[in-house]
Design a protein around this ligand. Structure first.
Ligand SMILES: Nc1ncnc2c1ncn2[C@@H]1O[C@H](COP(=O)(O)OP(=O)(O)OP(=O)(O)O)[C@@H](O)[C@H]1O
Ligand SMILES: NC(=O)c1ccc[n+]([C@@H]2O[C@H](COP(=O)(O)O)[C@@H](O)[C@H]2O)c1
Length: 334
């Protein structure tokens, strides 16, 4: 029998003792430590799928990014101290439209994390989305406040609602945050300036990150980008040379190869990229994912399903706010 139909059934949001899980679970960026949630109804598991779906609901008690610059505060709630002192702390920043954010945009962070662990001496202590402001004027941009909110929902999608689950809340179960500073600027902000802002907040305002023995260590900031973004660096008048030297020399870049883009070839051909190649990490996609925000917007406008392309919470947000319904001129896309 469906237990939710029983007269004494209490919805999980009112009774935190009823959802099953295993404990303990540890906190390290990107590690899989989700409490075990049963997905189907059985004797062991008296609660059906409906309860588990709430895992995509946003948790309570998290301060959201401001919608006006005056209220802005840099989010640092998921930045972790350095665990391995032989490593250099690293924060990854993805700049882009995120209109809307998709599972691809979540995956590129995980791909970067695997690559960094495997082949570098960095330890990732946090990751950020920095959505562009409305002044970017790219076709298909939803209002910045919506794009920021959707990124927040996407980051929080795997975290647990305190009222739902009988566990100690592990605030580090996710490592991705959103920074609204760029989106709140009154004009378009170049990526070099956005990275300076992260450097300022993390290394100047906070003095870097703590190590186990209480010292502070300067944090390296790197830009995370897809192969298409890197190729745009070769187009005339899109990036200033001075900015490229600043981004690639001072910070560095993690480039996720994209179907159809030859990142290695480009790196070899581009003088500034080649000069800073030691500060550029190329990430191979072992499982190709080419979810496109443009196509997602088209699907929505055509009334097609976008299920499994983006988190449910983001889909619900788009529906509720009636986003991406107005016409947009889209060139033919594969
Ligand atoms: N298929 C992909 N593979 C690797 N990186 C990607 C892919 N799609 C987007 N990215 C990267 O994600 C970041 C954010 O992308 P952004 O939202 O600006 O553009 P987009 O995903 O191409 O969306 P749109 O379709 O609206 O142009 C960029 O660095 C972009 O290169
Ligand atoms: N000169 C620059 O700083 C510069 C140029 C082109 C794109 N970008 C950034 O790249 C990101 C993605 O841009 P597109 O969505 O146009 O590919 C955005 O965050 C944008 O601000 C920066």
């Amino acid at each position: 029998m469906d237990p939710t139909l029983a007269p004494d059934f209490i919805p999980p949001s009112q009774d935190s003792t009823k959802l099953f899980h295993s404990r303990p679970f540890s906190a390290k960026p990107g590690t899989l430590h989700n409490p075990k949630v049963f997905l189907s109804s059985s004797d062991d598991n008296p609660f059906p799928l409906k309860s588990a779906m709430d895992l995509e609901e946003i948790p309570t008690g998290i301060i959201r990014q401001a919608t006006v610059l005056e209220d802005y505060r840099f989010a640092d709630h998921l930045l972790t101290p350095l665990v391995d002192e032989t490593k250099e702390p690293l924060v990854i920043v993805a700049c882009g439209s995120f209109s809307p954010v998709t599972y691809l945009h979540l995956r590129i962070f995980e791909m970067a994390l695997d690559n960094i662990r495997e082949s570098t001496n960095y330890e990732v202590i946090g990751g950020y989305y920095s959505p562009v402001s409305d002044n970017y004027r790219k076709p298909g941009l939803a209002l910045a406040q919506h794009r920021v909110r959707m990124c927040e929902l996407a980051c929080e999608r795997t975290r647990y609602n305190e009222t739902l689950i009988e566990i100690e809340i592990d605030r580090s179960s996710s490592w991705l945050m959103v920074d609204a500073w760029e989106s709140l600027q009154g004009q378009y902000t170049r990526t070099a300036v956005v990275l300076d802002h992260f450097d300022h907040e993390i290394n100047e305002v906070r003095g870097g990150t703590k190590t186990k023995n209480g010292d502070f260590r300067k944090v390296k900031i790197m830009l995370l980008a897809g192969g298409d973004l890197i190729e745009s660096m070769g187009e005339p008048d899109v990036w200033a040379d001075e900015d490229l030297h600043h981004i690639l020399g001072r910070y560095g870049c993690l480039i996720v190869e994209r179907t159809g883009s030859d990142v290695w070839g480009f790196l070899l051909a581009h003088d500034i990229l080649y000069k800073h190649r030691k500060n550029v990490v190329v990430i191979k996609q072992l499982i190709y994912n080419d979810i496109s925000s443009t196509k997602v917007r088209l699907f929505i406008r055509r009334g097609m399903s976008v299920e499994y392309l983006l988190p449910n919470s983001v889909i619900r947000y788009i529906t509720k706010n009636k986003l991406y319904l107005s016409p947009e001129r889209v060139k033919y896309i594969l």
